[in-house]
Design a protein around this ligand. Structure first.
Ligand SMILES: Nc1ncnc2c1ncn2[C@@H]1O[C@H](COP(=O)(O)OP(=O)(O)OP(=O)(O)O)[C@@H](O)[C@H]1O
Ligand SMILES: [Mg+2]
Length: 366
């Protein structure tokens, strides 16, 4: 039964977090581990590694909770997984989590970043080569697919793979065997593939850089990592998690965020997603002088008002089509902007209490 009182936003672990909760020194962090079943059979080392890893994957938003549920469902299977999402949304973390929670966890997790391998070497990198297969092939080479035998191959930036190699990879996946460059015989391999891309798949398919047949083979189970700006409830939890982690690492006592820094953290759009937030907090912890992270400790980009609101003399985009709620949201945005995010002054000017302002900001997703 829900015990939601009138003041539910103060409830620890309440679904909706408001910016002020960034100040909590011990937030009720929730993440991937909440959905991890007690213990799948695993060696102690794997179990420890798994525990540490999943505890570091944070997400309280409904969308991340859904991602975690999908991870749990697909991990124990041998299914190929396709991870999509903007840069810094956690694709590599999810790939690692899937591997660690599979029966393959005690076998290798091998990463190949398709964008980083020169095209001419790609085939031999993935499939290996026999000595003398081509000029410069002075010794036999075991390819990454063989190295990953029994384990997982994480194919990062998959849409950057040369098209010819894509065809060969597809065959290898379908037949469960690899043939080294310059070799007549194929060898059996048992590899689970997890592919990731931050490119727009439809576009990659349309311009022919991603083969459709390979795409269908990879896309057996698709997990989309949502951008951070579409799950703002995760920002406070992540920010506190990183603050504690970096403060510990740097041997500093940093207990909270100033109100204004909370405002900027909540307002920012995070084109670099969680990675950008993580880097910003690391920098802020380094810069912070006292026990509090102030707004000047955040990167300058966080302090700039969104371009849309900056223009001087910008006519109020009033329209008869607007609802009262839209009008209220826009007005609050402008007033906050006018006072550079100072909620005390903004609330005073709006004639409401600060807690009402926080609530309205949350409702209007400001
Ligand atoms: N949910 C999360 N909880 C904690 N840390 C996270 C989370 N998501 C991402 N991170 C952190 O953000 C950084 C980027 O994550 P990751 O490398 O998995 O992103 P990515 O989607 O693979 O990005 P890219 O497309 O640029 O390769 C890492 O340092 C990771 O630890
Ligand atoms: Mg990555």
């Amino acid at each position: 039964m829900s015990q939601r009182g009138r003041d539910s936003r103060k409830r620890p672990g309440g679904g909706q977090r408001q910016p002020a909760e960034l100040a909590a020194s011990e937030p009720e962090v929730r993440g991937l581990w909440e959905s991890v079943p007690d213990e799948a059979p695993a060696s102690r080392t794997v179990a420890r590694e798994r525990r540490t890893f999943v505890q570091n994957m944070i997400g309280v938003s409904a969308r991340m909770q859904r991602v975690f549920r999908l991870v749990q469902k697909v991990a124990p299977t041998d299914s190929t997984v396709l991870l999509t999402g903007e840069t810094g949304t956690g694709k590599e973390m999810v790939a690692t989590a899937i591997h660690l929670q599979s029966a393959r966890a005690h076998r290798p997790f091998v990463t190949v970043n398709a964008a980083a391998v020169p095209e001419a070497l790609f085939e031999s990198e993935l499939f290996g080569h026999a000595r003398g297969a081509f000029t410069g092939a002075n010794a036999d080479r075991v390819g990454l697919l063989r190295q990953a035998d029994g384990g997982t191959l994480f194919l990062d930036e998959a849409a950057e793979m040369p098209v010819a190699v894509q065809a060969k990879l597809l065959r290898a996946l379908q037949n469960g065997e690899v043939r080294r460059v310059g070799d007549q015989h194929a060898t059996r391999v048992d590899v689970r593939v997890i592919a990731a891309t931050n490119r727009n798949i439809q576009q990659a398919l349309a311009d022919g850089s991603l083969r459709e047949d390979l795409y269908y083979r990879l896309n057996v189970f698709h997990i989309e990592l949502p951008p951070l700006r579409e799950r703002r409830e995760d920002i406070p939890v992540l920010a506190n998690f990183f603050r504690e982690r970096f403060a510990r690492a740097q041997g500093k006592r940093i207990e909270r965020f100033s109100e204004r820094s909370q405002f900027y953290l909540m307002r920012y759009d995070y084109p670099g997603n969680v990675r950008e937030l993580e880097n910003a907090i690391q920098r802020a912890v380094t810069l912070a002088d006292g026990p509090e992270i102030g707004h000047f400790d955040l990167p300058p980009a966080f302090r700039e008002a969104p371009v849309r609101l900056l223009r001087e003399g910008d006519a109020f985009p009033y329209s008869e089509q607007w609802t009262l709620a839209q009008l209220e949201g826009e007005h609050i945005r402008r007033v906050l902007n006018h006072f550079a995010g100072n909620t005390t002054k903004a609330a005073k000017s709006l004639g409401i209490s600060r807690s009402t302002l926080w609530r309205k900001m949350r409702d209007h997703r400001i």
